[in-house]
Design a protein around this ligand. Structure first.
Ligand code: GDP
Ligand code: MG
Length: 735
């Protein structure tokens, strides 16, 4: 076989030395066209393979900052050498790997020559080449170019690479802000085949973000409208990052690449025999924060501290919000005349959407806390530490980020979480991750938990949230393990996580990040949730009770009234509320209210939603869910917030005393069918049952409809199974 091998690396890594060792006298020096950069070429023959070897100019990067970089990159892209030997100075590994990462991102077949191991050893540095090879996914061969040691082994590895299929480009993940932009750009690039004959689509997106003049010019020449769109996205995310993090995309990209390298090196690739006192501040902080023993304890404390902070400080504003909606509800009740419109406004809109909007302050505090963890760089450490645990459950370190984005700390969203699984290289691990990420407690489940916690565990809010978080992680990991030994079996792949340096979050950045996410939540409540809430209200109102039945209830009322003494009836009619009623009048009132309750209950049961809910009751009774909860859970498939709004509407429609505009939590706590055990069973069910509709669509798009359907069936079965166990065992022990 005859093929071309390029030799690339940092200046002074030993390229020329290796080149001479390989080609001997069979070489000649020319020039790259149009520039005064030497182009050395030669031949190397082994095992019948005739290799044409080209010494690339030495560069630290593959951006278009210097002529050398442009020449090296253009050569790789246009001449497509079958293998590129990346020669790396082992005594200066961190800086040299920066270029390696870029070769891999470009998706070119690479083989790493770990050079100068003699120098490294002399300085007390030992590099674990096998581990490095596993983490990078390419061969790594230790050599000493000057003595020729390792030359044969290196060229054997080159042959292996030449005979293997072309690799997939490496995907370094660049943090939520940039990733969102990259994914959007990638879709545009792939869809319009924009320069994709030359470069991988993700790579083009990253180059736009890096403001790479050459690529942008080529893009403008090839397809101006698409280039305009990409540049617009670049400007937008650039401005956003500037505002929130006071940095710019190029710097963030470099940070994440170095983070990727630093986490690789932290996994034991480099062993230094004596401390060379080169620890930077981030590394020194990491000595404590990701310490094998102290790290996990600190992590749990941070989490508990976060919940404590969220629940303590959001208590007052949440109470204000609730009171505002109660007031609104009472105002609307008083000013509208009885009828469908009043029912729609009070039960459908105010009690439905109000239930969801009431939690805005809590959500806001949670987002603020998460923004703090994220902007400071701590979140990446959490993922780094959890990697070891994840491996045990057949998942990948990158799954941690997907979990956290989905609401691993409470208050995320499974949709970007499912998208975040794109950084996983193994399809098996990816499926297991995208099926289990929706088990995390997303921002939509949060109000459901907050409601039930407020109703049944008012004195241990932060602790309950902490316990629920642990349960969701345990459930997700066990389910993942189950999936990995049953339906998506296969070996696990090694992991490298980006560890960007710590930075002090700016207040402005925190406020903007918090506001963005809170606004999204509120906007959803005002649009999608409002729509679904009104639909479900209609489902709970129609068909209405037949006239004959309404008349029966009216007759019952008349019966009570005519049986009572006239002065008692008069007392009740003129009662102002400030004066206590006589015993007889109070009794009459109670009797009439009981009739009202029976009527509203009968009407709700008679409605379409009521019938469906009642029909399911024979099964859901095992988990302790009554028909009203069933309606809410069905609605929750559209969006989990709807569970709260539907319970709000159902218990508002069914409420006896319209005057008492109690908050939903108070109503639930007072409801005879509800107790602590019901709350537990419901919380667990909500945590694990079918992902919301949008997430299912997303799972299907990221894998296939088969997996989308699977996630609904599997998750709901698992959730129901757990809920039944909790409810039945709890009941057996008398709870
Ligand atoms: P280039 O800039 O990548 O072409 O690097 P060179 O091949 O010019 O090498 C730079 C210097 O490193 C030269 O002085 C080489 O002799 C030296 N060098 C190259 N490889 C090794 C090695 O494996 N061990 C040692 N000790 N020195 C080396
Ligand atoms: Mg040289």
């Amino acid at each position: 076989m005859k093929f071309c091998v390029a030799l690339g690396g940092n200046p002074n890594a030993g390229k020329t030395t290796l080149f001479n060792a390989l080609t001997g006298s069979r070489q000649h020096v020319g020039n790259y066209p149009g520039v005064t950069v030497d182009r050395k070429e030669g031949r190397y023959v082994q095992n019948g393979h005739d290799m044409h070897i080209v010494d690339l100019p030495g560069t630290y990067s593959l951006t278009a900052y210097s002529v050398e970089e442009v020449v090296a990159r253009d050569f790789l892209v246009s001449e497509r050498p079958r293998v590129t030997i990346n020669i790396v100075d082992a005594s200066n590994l961190e800086r040299n790997l920066y270029l390696t990462i870029q070769f891999l991102e470009l998706g070119i077949p690479t083989c790493v020559a770990l050079n100068m191991i003699d120098v490294a050893r002399g300085r007390g540095i030992e590099v674990d080449d096998k581990k490095l090879s596993r983490l990078l996914g390419v061969p790594v061969v230790p050599i000493v170019a000057r003595s020729g040691f390792g030359k044969k082994a290196l060229m054997d590895a080159v042959e292996t690479v030449a005979e293997s299929p072309l690799p997939q480009p490496l995907r370094v993940s660049y943090g939520p802000d940039l990733e969102t932009a990259i994914q959007e750009m990638e879709a545009i690039i792939t869809g319009s085949e924009f320069l994709t004959n030359l470069y991988p689509s993700r790579w083009i997106a990253i180059k736009f973000l890096e403001n790479d003049e050459q690529i942008m010019e080529r893009g403008r020449a090839a397809d101006p409208p698409i280039a305009d769109r990409l540049e617009a996205i670049t400007r937008k995310v650039g401005a956003h990052i500037e505002e929130t993090l006071e940095t710019y995309p190029e710097a963030m990209i470099a940070d994440h690449r170095y983070g990727f390298i630093s986490s690789m090196l932290k996994q034991g690739v480099v062993k230094e025999r004596h401390d060379r006192n080169r620890l930077f501040l981030s590394d020194r902080i990491d000595k404590v924060l990701v310490n094998r023993f102290a790290g996990p304890i600190i992590m749990l404390l941070v989490l508990m501290g976060l919940y404590h902070f969220v629940f303590t400080y959001s208590e007052m504003p949440v109470a204000w919000c609730e009171r505002a909606f109660e007031w609104l509800s009472a105002m609307a009740s008083a000013s509208l005349s009885d009828g469908l419109l009043k029912s729609l406004i009070v039960s459908g809109v105010i009690d439905g959407v109000g239930g969801v909007l009431g939690f805005v302050p809590l959500i806001m505090f949670m987002f603020f806390g998460i923004a703090m963890l994220e902007d400071s760089g701590y979140l990446a450490r959490v993922a780094f530490m959890l990697d070891r645990v994840f491996q045990m459950f057949g998942l990948h370190g990158s799954s941690v980020m997907a979990y956290i984005v989905s609401g691993g700390i409470a208050g995320g969203c499974a949709v970007p979480g499912v998208m975040a699984t794109r950084t996983l290289r193994s399809p098996k691990e990816r499926i297991a991750t995208l099926l289990t990420a929706p088990f995390m407690n997303c921002g939509a489940k949060l109000p459901v938990f907050a409601l039930l916690i407020a109703a049944f565990f008012p004195h241990s809010r932060a602790r309950m949230m902490f316990i629920l978080t642990l349960i969701s992680w345990a459930g997700a990991l066990l389910a993942a393990k189950f999936l990995r030994v049953t339906v998506v079996t296969g070996a696990s792949t090694p992991f490298v996580m980006e560890l960007p340096p710590y930075r002090l979050p700016t207040f402005r950045g925190l406020v903007i990040h918090t506001w963005e996410r809170t606004w999204q939540y509120a906007k959803k409540a005002g649009t999608v949730i409002l729509g679904i809430s009104v639909l479900l209200w209609a489902g709970m109102t129609f068909p209405r009770l037949p006239d004959a039945q309404v008349e029966t209830f009216a007759n019952q009322r008349i019966g009570f009234i005519s049986a009572a003494a006239p002065q008692v009836v008069e007392e009740l009619e003129t009662a102002s509320g400030s004066r206590p009623l006589s015993t007889a009048a109070a009794e009459l009132k109670k009797a009439l209210m009981a009739v009202d309750a029976r009527q509203t209950g009968a009407a709700l049961r008679h409605s379409l939603a009521g019938r469906v809910g009642t029909g399911l009751e024979s099964i859901t009774r095992w988990a302790g869910f009554d028909w009203r909860t069933n309606i809410a859970l069905l609605g929750g498939f559209a969006a989990k917030e709807v569970i709260v709004s539907t319970l709000g509407t159902a218990y508002s429609l069914g409420t006896v005393d319209a005057e008492a505009a109690d908050s939903l939590a108070v109503k639930l706590a007072a409801e005879p069918g509800w107790r602590t055990l019901t709350a537990w069973s419901l919380m667990i069910f909500v945590m694990f049952y079918a992902p919301c509709f949008v997430t299912v669509v997303c799972i299907a798009r990221e894998s296939s409809w088969k997996w989308g359907a699977f996630s609904m069936v599997f998750n709901t079965s698992m959730a129901f199974f757990l809920a039944v166990i909790i409810y039945q065992v709890g009941a057996a022990f008398g709870y």
